[in-house]
Design a protein around this ligand. Structure first.
Ligand code: HEC
Length: 173
């Protein structure tokens, strides 16, 4: 009698678990892709954004051999350059800057801020010749790229739609 009870309990549990898994595997746009949109940006601002993205991309690629060869000075220089932002901050007129402040979503600004902060931490770690920390912050910076793109550049980078481990879902609500 007890055995049968256990068996049916077990079965119920299995059905429950299967149901849960099936539910989680069902891609619903709402919980899988917290796509957020940037407001339409004027052409000049949009161009600056593109230029900045290309510059940080290049800088990230230069970091790879610099880290691999323990070129602390170079890592630190690149980190500081990124921290202080390549183009956006220098080339924006004060009016453009105000507009950006106003129109950019808070979350986007936070991510951008965090990214530049991490670049600064990478520079600090390089100054301390701390290999492990340098690698850690390099990883964090890469993570920041995909985090922001997976939310604000989905149309441009649709690969994120197929990304299973969208760890940013928790912020989507
Ligand atoms: C805070 C948000 C944010 C962060 C952080 C970020 N990006 Fe972007 N990135 C964008 C947006 C928005 C676009 C524009 C997408 C579009 O064209 O619709 C973009 C576009 C790009 C492009 C395309 C540029 C082109 O030629 O049009 C590249 C390359 C790129 N990002 C690289 C990076 C790399 C590498 C990192 C990290 C080291 C990074 N981005 C971090 C928001 C971000």
């Amino acid at each position: 009698m007890k055995k049968r009870f256990n068996q049916s309990l077990c079965l119920t549990l299995i059905i429950f678990l299967v149901a849960c898994t099936a539910r989680n595997n069902t891609p619903t746009p709402k919980n899988r892709h917290p796509s957020r949109q940037l407001p339409p940006l004027s052409q000049d601002i949009s161009l600056l954004l593109t230029l900045e993205m290309q510059a940080i991309s290049k800088a990230m690629m230069e970091l790879v051999p610099a880290i691999a060869t323990a070129d602390w000075q170079k890592i630190s220089d690149i980190g500081s350059q990124i921290k202080h932002s390549y183009i956006m901050r220098h080339q924006l007129t004060s009016q453009q800057r105000q507009t950006l402040q106003r129109v950019l979503p808070t979350d986007f600004k936070k991510m951008d801020f965090q990214f530049h902060l991490t670049a600064g931490k990478l520079a600090d770690a390089a100054e301390q010749h701390n290999r492990e920390l340098v690698n850690f912050y390099f990883y964090k910076m890469n993570e920041a790229c995909s985090q922001c793109h997976s939310q604000y550049a989905l149309a441009r980078f649709p690969g994120f739609l197929k990304s299973e481990n969208n760890s940013f879902d928790s912020h989507a609500h």
